[in-house]
Design a protein around this ligand. Structure first.
Ligand code: SF4
Length: 422
């Protein structure tokens, strides 16, 4: 009588890029003969793929590790991987004896019974165990994230990611096309730390994001791009995105005040951003926009804040995220004076969120009575080109629409970020 297969459970924290890494980890665990279980309590191997971007994320990661340590079977292995394992692997291994293995990037999960030592230090070198190019099972949903590069070559003042994810390492266009075919999804959501710089590190002198989008457009129904650095949003990329039939622009702006942008070591300002947005709207009036902003960066003045308020009003973006500045060890911002008092920062945050919530609701209301095309993600739930999965609103749909189908419906109502259609 053969032994029952050993089982694993993976808990994923953080961003869509981590979700892709977890999908690939699943592939390796299956290759090692393990089978998935939905219950952490039943698993022989419990893996937590952590996030370490900001303090809040690190706290959530440690809380999750301790919770899983309590819930797992006494003889089950607890493996910690992802950004916290990469960034604070030594401390984790030293302070949390509950952990059986700390597996930073490039270290294979050991499903056996021996602990594997920690090895740190980001390089452009391809790690022995390279998640980036591992194969993945077909997508269980009609859409899927595809990670097209690892790391980042920029040095934004508030960001520690390059210090633990390393310099940018892009895949080849062929590798992305092969994975896209494997996934067999109708919508592909491209992710990377600095998406628009894709291919720039491959010594071809120019980036490859435009040819990639054009080739994917011929392969899948929908191609969506997340994390676009504004200086790289040239006319060729705008044209490729609009021609793909999914005019969705996720612009990573972070702020709009020129002096503050310089302190953030980032390109641009509100005037140039508005100009790009207007250029896109002239090219494609149905274009949808998302952006993220940091509030409370060292040195932020009332005048900087007023500029951001004016910009949000003027830009009328569909979706915006506003985040409190989080001091990160090893970043340039840690050396800056001009700390913004927490109460003032939170006041500015809620002022911005209130304005944006009414802008988002207003733009949703404008769609009532319109015919729109949706991808049915699950029974009764879909998305038009205006909504990215898991971060924007949804469209409530009749339950008889087939999951995975793309169909035309009429918007009958709006409730804040979400729509109703039939
Ligand atoms: S582009 Fe800037 S914010 Fe984004 S990962 Fe790179 S350094 Fe960090």
């Amino acid at each position: 009588m053969s032994e029952p297969a050993r089982t694993y459970a993976i808990v994923t924290l953080g961003c869509p890029k981590n979700q892709v890494d977890s999908d690939k980890l699943e592939g390796t665990l299956s290759a090692d003969g393990l089978v998935p279980t939905g219950n952490v309590e039943d698993a022989d191997v419990v893996v937590v793929n952590t996030c370490a971007f900001i303090d809040e994320a690190r706290r959530e990661s440690v809380d999750t590790i301790l919770d899983l340590a309590d819930r797992r079977r006494a003889d089950a292995r607890l493996v910690v991987t992802g950004c916290l394992a990469e960034r604070h692997g030594d401390e984790l291994a030293a302070e949390l004896s509950e952990i059986d293995q700390v597996a930073p990037f490039g270290v294979r999960i050991d499903t056996g019974h021996s602990s594997v030592p920690v090895n740190l230090g980001p390089t452009r070198r391809v790690p022995d165990f390279d998640l980036l190019n591992l194969s993945r099972p077909a997508s269980a949903r009609p859409w899927a994230y595809v990670k097209i590069a690892e790391g980042c070559d920029r040095a934004c003042g508030f960001c520690a990611i390059p210090s633990f994810r390393g310099p940018q390492r892009s895949r080849t266009i062929d590798q992305v096309l092969v994975e896209t075919e494997q996934l067999d999804a109708r919508e592909i959501v491209l992710v990377a730390q600095d998406l628009a710089s894709f291919g720039r590190d491959q010594g071809v002198g120019e980036r490859s994001i435009v040819p990639l989008v054009r080739q994917l457009t011929g392969l899948v129904d929908r191609v969506r791009l997340l994390y676009l650095y504004p200086s790289d949003l040239g006319d060729d990329l705008i044209d490729a995105i609009c021609s793909s039939g999914l005019p969705y622009f996720d612009l990573s702006l972070q702020h709009v005040s020129a002096p503050l942008m310089r302190r953030m070591r980032r390109w641009g300002d509100g005037t140039r951003f508005l100009d790009r947005i207007e250029t896109i709207r002239a090219r494609e009036p149905e274009a949808a926009f998302r952006s993220n902003f940091i509030v409370g960066y060292p040195g932020e003045t009332e005048a900087d804040h007023d500029l951001l308020l004016e910009f949000v009003e003027a830009a009328q973006l569909d979706w915006c995220g506003f985040f409190a500045y989080s001091p990160e060890d090893g970043t340039y911002a840690m050396s800056l004076s001009g700390e913004v008092e927490a109460g003032l920062r939170d006041e500015r945050l809620s002022e911005l969120r209130e304005i944006q919530d009414s802008i988002t609701a207003g733009r949703r209301d404008l769609l009532i009575g319109r015919e729109v095309e949706v991808l049915v993600d699950e029974v009764g739930v879909g998305r038009t080109h205006r909504e990215a999965p898991e971060i924007d609103g949804i469209v409530s749909l009749p339950h008889d629409l087939e999951v995975g189908s793309i169909c035309s419906v009429t918007v009958t109502g709006a409730m804040g970020p979400d729509l109703e259609a039939s």
